[in-house]
Each structure stands twice: as structure tokens, then as C-alpha cells.
Design a binder for this molecule. Structure first.
Ligand code: FES
Length: 163
């Protein structure tokens, strides 16, 4: 029994001439430029849309809110107030530097924890550095009977929603 190793022949060197080399470099460059151009064209033609949560908030059925109640929806940044005159919604974001305010049931005021601004239940400023009252927000009842608040639309104060 003979142990012969298979002989591996060296492969001949791949010959590439100068013209073919530069042709491949040129085609590669064109391909890269085409991909880049297509990327920019897609970005340019795509609508420049910012996807944000809807400013319309469904706060639920009116009967869920007792008369003379102030309910903070911290996620939405709004107060839903049910007064004897009717419903209204306030923006709960302080008009000073944008902190979320809090309802103080004992004192009957809305207070900002950041720099001490205080507001009445109807949003009117009592004291502190806030330059403006808390804005009233557009409020209505949907066809399904739910209270709706539009955080993006301020209204004049004292426009109660009577149901
Ligand atoms: S952010 Fe409310 S008082 Fe400054």
C-alpha cells in the first residue's frame, strides 16, 4: 500500500489587464453613486411627517365626574373640571416653564411644584412666576356620549360645556 499525497498544482495567477481593472473600478463607483442618489431621492420624495399622538383626548362619560370635581389626566396633561356651571378642561402644563401642575384638594388650588406658581380651579393665576393663566381647552361631547378634549385648541375662559 502506497501512501501518495495528492499533488496540488498552483493555480495560475489571474491576469487582469489595466483596462478591465479600471472598467471595474468605474462600474463600482457608478453603482455606489446610483445607490446614494436613490437614497437621497427616496428621502426627498417621502412626506416629511412627524408622527405624534393625537391631541384629541376621550376622557370618558360625563357621569363619571362628580360635581365640583377636578380630575387630572397626567398622561394627557389636562384637567377635566366639573363645576356647577358645567364641564371645562384646562391645560395642566404650567405656563412658566412647562412643569406638570397638581391639584391640591385641601387648598382648592392648582399648584406648580417647580417654582411655586398657583392657579385657581378655573386656571386664573394667583401667584408665582407663571406669566399666564392655565388655558381652557376645547371640550365637547362625542356622538357616543363621551367627553372629548382637544389639547391643541385653546378657548376663551368661562365657556362651560353644559350637558
Ligand atoms: S414651571 Fe411652573 S412655576 Fe415654573
Amino acid at each position: 500500500m502506497s501512501s501518495q499525497k495528492p499533488t496540488v498544482l498552483p493555480s495560475p495567477p489571474i491576469e487582469i489587464d489595466r483596462r478591465a481593472f479600471f472598467a471595474k473600478i468605474g462600474l463600482g463607483s457608478l453603482g455606489i453613486a446610483a445607490v446614494g442618489t436613490a437614497g437621497f431621492a427616496y428621502q426627498f420624495l417621502s412626506p416629511n411627517v412627524l408622527y405624534e399622538p393625537s391631541p384629541i383626548i376621550n376622557v370618558g362619560k360625563p357621569e363619571n365626574f362628580a360635581v365640583d370635581s377636578v380630575t387630572l389626566d397626567a398622561n394627557a396633561g389636562i384637567y377635566l373640571v366639573r363645576a356647577a356651571e358645567g364641564f371645562f378642561a384646562l391645560n395642566a402644563i404650567c405656563t412658566h416653564l412647562g412643569c406638570l401642575t397638581a391639584w391640591n384638594q385641601e387648598l382648592g388650588i392648582i399648584a406648580c411644584p417647580c417654582h411655586g406658581s398657583k392657579f385657581k380651579r378655573d386656571g386664573e393665576k394667583i401667584e408665582g412666576p407663571a406669566p399666564k393663566p392655565l388655558p381652557w381647552l376645547k371640550t365637547w361631547v362625542s356622538d357616543e356620549g363621551d367627553l372629548m378634549v382637544d389639547r391643541s385648541t385653546d378657548i376663551h375662559p368661562m365657556q362651560y360645556l353644559r350637558i
